[in-house]
Design a protein around this ligand. Sequence first.
Ligand code: LLP
Length: 421
Amino acid sequence: MDHFLYRNGELYAEDVPVAEIAAAVGTPFYVYSQVTLLRHYQLFKEALAGLDNLVCFAVKAASNQAILTALAKAGAGMDVVSMGEYLRARAAGVPGERIVFSGVGKTAEEMRTALRGGIRQFNVESEPEMEVLNAVALDLGVVAPIAVRVNPDVDARTHAKIATGKSENKFGIPIARAREVYARAAGLKGLEVVGIDVHIGSQLTDLEPFELAFAKVAELTDALRADGHDIRRLDLGGGLGIPYTQSNEAPPLPFDYGALIKRTVGHLGCEIEIEPGRLIAGNAGLMVSRVIYVKRGEGRDFLILDAAMNDLVRPAMYEAHHDIIPVDEPAPGVEEHPFDIVGPVCETGDTFARHRLMPPVHAGDLIAFRSAGAYGAVMASEYNTRPLVPEVMVNGDQFAVIRRRPSFDEIINRDTIPEWL
Ligand code: LLP
């Protein structure tokens, strides 16, 4: 469910015509629907109602300050994985007690910043990290709350590059070693064990891997409690998938996911944390681009856009599918034609879709990539010295630029030339 619909023959973002935004900011750009973002957050809150819970938005999915501020005002917690994300969450007004710090490579400096600024818990991923965190906490004279991320060795059945819960992945500690690692943590005076953390992957379209993982976490909770640890929080990670096509079989809904959580770990009396990113932001955003040329080739035709792989890397990086639709609503029953939809970057990988059936499209037309709100703008680069794409937020009939397009001067003058040149 989103708020990007055709109305009066053209695509709207909530109550704003997408073409009006394009005229104001130029293309390409990202546009987010605030109503959709907040609705998705609320779906998780409703799904977990009855449990003591905190929904921590995975900042990596969409980290613009306006997005974080909207979610923070709605009461969301945040899951951060770097100093930058931690500082973003704090700047958006999220109190430290609503921020969890994940990631396999936290540095002592990041730990110090979070311990000073306030943190709900560190999701610790290895024993060496545990030692460093202990030392940093003792040095500051504080106690660091931790959950240990366990790797449950569950196949998330998603794209290999975004599966994280198999034993061969770099994430967490093997669940079989958890009791030993918790015993070690309990012996470190700078740490306080508060819970268990698990995250098995992203874009899961099936609940079964979650069920297997959460059942293992429930068992581990009992075992660790028997060992004398005060396990009072379970962080179940993110990963619930979204529909990337309008025709596809729909992935499970947050409500079903919530019911599964209640069934598998609800009896343990723990506070439940989840870290959804994609489901909150993914279908709350579009990337809008303009067709530069329609190029008739031998055996295939190309739509050459002003957006490229540096602006939305998911198709090039994960063979990801995004629905691509014209901003002017096609007439019903109009004949479609297959196109390879590509960007202007000098790489064959700069291809958004192959043999994609499109209604008639002409140079100058606006088109929109759906489901681009998560892992879109945040993964953009300036490859080919293409400025980072601006971001726009819509709320009802108003819109605001939430990150402007940098000028070429800004980009060029960020570099410095050594004095010997
Ligand atoms: N928590 C942890 C520890 C994570 O590593 C992730 C995502 C999340 C939560 C949020 O997962 P979500 O609910 O968004 O699935 N760039 C890739 C996705 C990478 C996901 C990385 N970790 C993509 O574009 O598909």
